[in-house]
Design a protein around this ligand. Structure first.
Ligand SMILES: Cc1cc2nc3c(=O)[nH]c(=O)nc-3n(C[C@H](O)[C@H](O)[C@H](O)COP(=O)(O)OP(=O)(O)OC[C@H]3O[C@@H](n4cnc5c(N)ncnc54)[C@H](O)[C@@H]3O)c2cc1C
Length: 442
């Protein structure tokens, strides 16, 4: 498209907030509480709900609105740990450890599915299937092995698609093959966060938004937690701060690296355009190192497209233009479509590429979504509450893998843009090689 790709009513905030915005909740701070949780995303709220179920009082404190960061900005494609299995993160683990991680991720998926189907929380859970797309032929060639791994480890029905079969799944010639997993799906992340918050508050949980925890220090029987609105004494403290971890818990900050991702939403699209681009309204992601991920909105009338626009952080209107360009490479037929929303949010990377939970000096943590946390982070919060309160005797794999520090960094980890730039270059070379081979083969 030439000219402005932004719709006249373009908003630099998540499309999700149209239906379910994160909210302010500034209740009185209690002097004492059994469990104080820092962070009100999927992880913190789920830990809060579990703490209440286990008979403890619980306070969730967030520096921003309730559920206002990654959890209401997510692409919200729901799956059970395929990243861990397919990206090589599992290579340093024994077979037993891979089994344990696979089991935990499958439990996490079932947990979130159960919240929708059994507990009847409303967050647009859709078990619509997900298509993994090969950016280059070499990636397509690996899908047979990937499908076997997913079938045997994650217990799902992964099916490989040849390039000439892709048109049943997606209206593009951009990719070289695919793999469908029928069991995976998507949710509305901001509705999910709000549903968790409602469950927590209804069950007697306390919450304080727009309040940063600045320090935690041990006392005789627990911890003094410092905030701008006063001190709270807590028997247990859990940091569920993921990609927004700050200096309040220095140990944790040095071990998670925030990495920003951006998403655009298109304006409403005619049914025929959607049917051609996404005939089965699945979730989609590709095999690039800096992957592109995209999906229909829950109503099926817009496309949401996520990516990192480049190595450096950029303003969202600039990111919107770059992502529109990426969208048009996949779907050239959308070149005249305008962008109604663009937003950004942080995921948290760890050295191990695995989620991490545990405690240091008695302070607990549950972090490290590594880009894929819609299912595992709420489950990790639940596991962390059970471990912290002594209701789960055996440590999970997420406590047993080494939690290594990154090189020191200030507000932004300087090494993330370097990695993104390197990956962008390798992705570009791979595509270039693939297209040269294709031309030579004609
Ligand atoms: C753009 C984007 C796309 C994504 N797409 C997908 C996807 O398609 N599928 C998928 O599975 N996952 C996806 N994810 C990841 C998933 O959304 C996250 O893993 C998940 O939401 C993390 O939840 P959380 O509760 O751990 O963290 P968050 O929701 O980020 O919550 C952490 C909270 O901690 C608070 N906090 C930090 N420090 C303090 C402090 N000192 N005092 C008080 N509060 C503090 C922050 O304010 C924040 O609200 C995506 C993430 C992003 C950003």
């Amino acid at each position: 498209m030439t000219g402005n790709v932004l719709a006249a009513d373009f908003k630099a905030e998540p499309f999700w907030w149209e239906d379910a915005a994160p909210f302010r909740h500034e209740g009185e701070l209690p002097a004492k509480v059994d469990v104080l949780i820092v962070g009100s995303g999927f992880c913190g709220l789920s830990a809060g709900i579990r703490s209440l179920e286990l008979g403890s009082s619980a306070l969730v404190v967030d520096a921003g609105p309730i559920g206002g960061y990654a959890s209401s900005r997510s692409g919200a494609m729901l799956s059970s740990g395929q990243k861990f299995l397919l990206t090589g993160a599992s290579q340093s683990f024994s077979a037993e450890q891979v089994d344990a991680a696979s089991r935990l991720h499958a439990e996490a998926f079932e947990f979130v599915k159960g919240l929708a189907l059994k507990e009847k929380l409303e967050f647009d859970f859709q078990q619509c299937g997900r298509v993994f797309l090969a950016s280059v032929p070499a990636d397509a060639a690996r899908f047979d092995t990937h499908a076997q791994v997913l079938r045997s480890r994650a217990g799902v029905s992964a099916r490989v698609l040849r390039r000439d079969e892709l048109h049943d799944e997606i209206g593009t010639d951009y990719y070289f093959g695919g793999m469908v997993v029928e069991e995976f799906g998507g949710i509305h992340p901001s509705k999910f966060g709000r549903a968790l918050a409602r469950s927590f508050l209804t069950a007697g949980g306390l919450a304080a938004s727009h309040l940063r925890v600045t320090d935690v220090a041990r006392t005789g029987g627990g911890f003094r937690v410092e905030t701008a609105r006063g001190t709270v004494l807590a028997k247990h403290v859990l940091f569920a701060t993921n990609g927004y971890t700050d200096r309040a818990f220095g140990y944790l900050k040095s071990r998670v690296a925030p990495a920003a991702s951006y998403i655009i939403a298109t304006e409403r699209l005619p049914a025929a355009v959607m049917a051609e681009a996404m005939p089965r309204r699945r979730m989609y992601s590709d095999s690039k190192r800096n992957l592109w991920y995209f999906r229909p909105s829950p109503a099926g009338d817009r496309i949401l497209f996520g990516a990192r626009p480049g190595a450096m952080l950029v303003p969202v209107d600039e990111a919107a233009r770059t992502l529109h360009g990426f969208l048009c490479r996949v779907f050239p037929q959308l070149r005249d479509v305008k962008i109604s929303h663009c937003w950004t949010g942080n995921v948290a990377m760890t050295h191990s590429h695995l989620q991490q939970m545990g405690s240091v000096d008695g302070i607990h943590y549950a972090v490290g979504c590594n880009g894929s946390g819609a299912a595992i982070m709420p489950y990790l919060g639940r596991l962390a509450a059970e471990r912290m309160l002594g209701f789960r005797a055996t440590p999970t794999l997420f406590e047993c893998s080494p939690f290594k520090a990154f090189p020191p960094y200030g507000k932004y980890p300087w090494f993330v843009p370097l990695a993104v730039a390197g990956y962008d270059m390798l992705d570009w070379i791979d595509r270039k090689r693939a297209s040269l081979k294709e031309v030579a083969g004609r």
